[in-house]
Design a protein around this ligand. Sequence first.
Ligand code: NIG
Ligand code: FE
Length: 424
Amino acid sequence: MSMDLWPTRPVRPGDPIRPSVRSSGSLLVDNIGELVTNASGDGAGGPLGLHRDAAVLVEDGLVAWVGSARSAPAADRRIDAGGAAVLPGFVDSHAHLVFAGDRAAEFAARMAGQPYTGGGIRTTVGATRAAPDSELRGTVRRLRDEALRQGTTTIEIKSGYGLTVADEARSLRIAAEFSDDTTFLGAHVVPAEYADRPDDYVGMVCGPMLAAAAPYARWIDVFCERGAFDVDHARAILACGQAAGLGVRVHANQLGPGPGVQLGVELGAASVDHCTHLSDADVDALAAHTIDCMCAEGRHSRTVATLLPGAEFSTRSPYPDARRLLDAGVTVALATDCNPGSSYTSSMPFCIALAVREMRMTPAEAVWAATAGGALALRRDDVGVLRPGARADLIVLDAPTHLHLAYRPGVPLIRQVLHNGVPQ
Ligand code: NIG
Ligand code: FE
């Protein structure tokens, strides 16, 4: 695994200061009936690295020890999981939380037969530009907190509803107050004022907009799709972002077949997202490049296929074929795509249930994809896994096994969330 695959977010003057809230003293989460670690070590416990009758020791916000409840060390405080299942917190690697306005009427029109085209993005751009910072910040906080209550302890946040230099920069400045994984999506669509001169818009995205956005971003993303950005524009924008130190991710092959997935693979993207309409060549390209990584057992595709079943649900579209990707050896992540247009859900359990019921993933595959898979899609080795040294982000279910996340859809199963070792 070469280090340049893993973009870091440089600390720059003017960066927002995020207080690092961590637990003090030690905390033992004890009496865990089924522990999902995603760290199978010797292969025992399958890809989820399952342990029975387990305990987890947390110190200074990190996992300090994982093992049998019978040999658990003493700790200052104790949480009794009561025989329930405990998992790593969900890693939602794809969300658009910085926006204003509401598109419920567009959803209702779709349910009455209208197709989804992405045309509503411009509606949200207008509302977002008109909103004060305080409103945008309030929406991000509300959705981040909503996600946290449903077990999401890591969330990527994109810009993409500002589409001016100032509005993209402020979107990312606000996003960076809530997440280390912020993504510059100035190339979401060509805004109305540039409709007849898309080359000029691309020049602006690569020039002043990127310069203003990069200090607050770890990633760059492009909506590479008919009606948004073609492959030449997408390649140019992503290459500029890479040159500025940002990692690459792509909205690809959502509404129809296209070049986005293979462009992402060509550029070494961490993830190509949606992947709803794939050719055999797209699947082969994803499977062709693999990496070893400490964060999850075995080899994984260098570019993860991130599937967003909330979008297919909310646009009444055919689901991506997860089985085909998994059988070809492609690493799959699940994420919400939370946004006001195509997928207004912040619920990773809902996405797990859809993936199992509609996309032929096993419950274990879906849970892995929503935790370790999301971490790989963000090239993070500190989340999505429970082993010594990882962030103490974990969820206690109101259920005896991870199977219940798909078996009991729509039921609030997240009993307790620990983030950085702190009970929420
Ligand atoms: O990922 N596809 C592009 N962007 C979003 C939808 C945005 C919107 O409709 O507002 C997505 O689905
Ligand atoms: Fe998206």
